[in-house]
Design a protein around this ligand. Structure first.
Ligand code: 2PG
Length: 251
């Protein structure tokens, strides 16, 4: 018996499209992002995968992607577990800023350190930005205020994802289920780092494309069988390249 874990970054969001740092800002999908979600569902079913349940974040772009997928698969009955622990990395004071403007201001090296280094933490959100959190007080009412981030490195994301992985996700995989997680670039990178034990240095090179599912297979003791693979490797490569270059090319 094997269990399968499908990891998916949401389809293109309105702010992905504008190349703005997004983080916890709650924007929707573009029509391209909605099409990517349908295409992800097609890939999942064409590969004979039938998710038994889904996990997603509290952010609309992932919830919307998850809804489109369950509808396209004809599996709207699936349980959906939403958690702030699967939210995108909080991008602190960079949220809302155009990526190319940040490169122009601080240079490529610092920009890439903030975006991709494992311990690279962006400047934290300051008190004037607290207005951004007003909606969040309701959405995250069950989260202790001291746990709500004001800016995070990938390491900090991994530290909040790990307990959820250990307690909520692994237990489902141990029941031989096919589990779908629809989340964000930093959350998918954290899960890859945990499951594939990737070094702090190597994880810097990994970029996650929008809307292309990747799959892990496990034996009954949750031993990994092989490494993860994308259901559409060409689309994944092209998408990852596009993400890597954001802010660095004319846009
Ligand atoms: O803005 C963000 O929240 C993320 C993902 O869209 O961007 P990046 O790929 O630069 O980490």
């Amino acid at each position: 018996m094997t269990s399968k874990l499908i990891l998916l970054r949401h389809g293109e969001s309105e702010w992905n499209n504008k190349h703005l740092f997004c983080g916890w800002v709650d924007v929707g999908l573009t029509s391209k992002g909605q099409q990517q979600a349908v295409q992800a569902a097609n890939l999942i079913s064409q590969n004979g995968l039938s998710p038994d349940l889904m996990f997603t974040s509290k952010l609309t772009r992932s919830c919307e992607t998850a809804d489109i997928i369950s509808k396209s698969l004809g599996r709207m009955w699936m349980d959906v577990i939403r958690s702030w622990r699967l939210n995108e990395r909080h991008y602190g004071a960079l949220q809302g800023r155009k990526k190319s403007d940040v490169v122009a201001e601080v240079g490529k090296e610092k920009y890439m350190y903030w975006r991709r280094a494992y311990e690279g933490c962006p400047p934290l959100m300051n008190d004037e930005d607290e207005a951004l959190l007003i909606d969040d007080r309701y959405k995250y009412a069950d989260v202790p205020i001291e746990d709500l981030p004001r800016g995070e490195s990938l390491k900090m994301v991994l530290e909040r994802v790990r307990p959820f992985w250990e307690t909520n996700i692994k237990s489902e995989l141990l029941k031989n289920k096919t589990v779908l997680i629809v989340a964000h670039g930093s959350v998918v990178r954290s899960l890859i780092k945990i499951i594939s034990t990737i070094s702090d240095r190597d994880i810097e090179q990994i970029n996650i494309p929008n809307g292309v599912p990747l799959v892990y297979e496990f034996d009954e003791k949750l031993g990994k069988i092989g490494d993860y693979y994308y259901l559409d490797p060409d689309a994944a490569e092209a998408g990852a390249k596009e993400v890597a270059n954001q802010g660095l090319e004319k846009n």
